[in-house]
Design a protein around this ligand. Structure first.
Ligand code: NDP
Ligand code: 8X3
Length: 253
């Protein structure tokens, strides 16, 4: 209640569900993403039902200067960020190593790794000054196991896992909690983006299973964020009941 929560990638999927969950609890939000129109729609939808303050900011997390100038330009009130949810990310393509597009690789590394670092590096000093904060990093089961044609998406999420652990160690002395969230299949725009708008391929990812949805992950994040000051969940792997790991998915016939 009345916390300030910065959510990257709030225009869709898990990030949007997080915005809904935290707003419903009375928290004030900074919601970001590249699609400004969606941010404004989300803001006005949430403010119709919840008496919260919402700041929107449209920028590409790959753009270090844009990230830095947005955080540097926050008013004193909005600088009091309690929770940072580093959620913006994507998979681009699902191809064998030898067939994959190097530009896809660059986009995934620049977004999932560099973007997360830029945002964190800009926000951490604000948390250090307040001697508290909670950073929640969106990993994936792809950051725990490498699967066929997952190559650089997996590499980007393995990097998130390492950064998550490293941050937790280095930020201990500043009383900053760091939590890694590692979902399996969540039905969002993720697969549509991964398969470049191919709706059949995207839908196929979730056929024969009841996948996770954004709100399942948002509920989990909200739980982690609401624990007492002295409790930190370090790392969570979450799948739907029909998925055991990155390889084993029990699909209905
Ligand atoms: P969506 O595609 O629905 O949402 C992705 C969000 O990230 C959008 O809000 C998008 O906003 C934002 N985003 C992507 N690229 C950029 C960028 N360069 N700059 C700023 N924002 C960006 O997918 P999900 O909600 O599923 O994905 C959220 C996170 O969860 C990602 O990190 C993903 O890797 C991870 N994840 C997803 C899983 C799944 O199965 N869906 C499973 C495990 C992890 P916009 O396009 O407006 O910029
Ligand atoms: C998204 C889940 O299994 O497609 O990170 O890699 S998976």
């Amino acid at each position: 209640m009345n916390k300030i929560v910065l959510i990257t990638g709030a225009t869709s999927g898990i990030g949007e569900a997080c915005a809904e969950k935290f707003a419903a609890a009375g928290d004030n939000l900074i919601i970001t993403g590249r699609r400004a129109e969606r941010l404004e729609e989300l803001k006005s939808r949430l403010q119709k039902t919840h008496p919260v303050k919402i700041l929107t900011a449209s920028f590409d997390v790959q753009d270090r200067k844009a990230v830095e100038s947005f955080i540097a330009g926050l008013s004193e009130e909005w600088q009091q960020i309690d929770i940072l949810i580093n959620n913006a990310g994507l998979a681009a393509g699902r191809d064998f190593f030898e067939d994959a597009d190097i530009e896809d690789w660059e986009r995934m590394l620049n977004t999932n790794v560099h973007g997360l670092l830029y945002v964190s590096k800009a926000v951490v000093p604000l948390m250090i000054a307040r001697k508290k904060g909670h950073i929640i990093n969106m990993g994936s089961i792809a950051g725990k196991e490498v699967y066929e044609k997952g190559n650089v998406y997996c590499a980007s999420k393995f990097a998130v896992d390492a950064i998550n652990r490293a941050m937790r160690i280095d930020l201990l002395k500043h009383n900053i909690k760091v939590t890694g969230i590692h979902p399996g299949a969540v039905e969002t725009e993720f697969s549509l983006v991964r398969f470049r708008g191919d709706e059949t391929k995207a839908a196929n990812t979730y056929t024969g299973i009841i996948p996770l949805i954004g709100s399942d992950i948002a509920d989990t994040i909200f739980y982690c964020a609401g624990l007492p000051e002295h409790v930190c969940i370090n790392d969570l792997i979450i799948t739907c009941t029909q998925q055991a790991d990155a390889f084993y998915i029990y699909k209905n016939a």
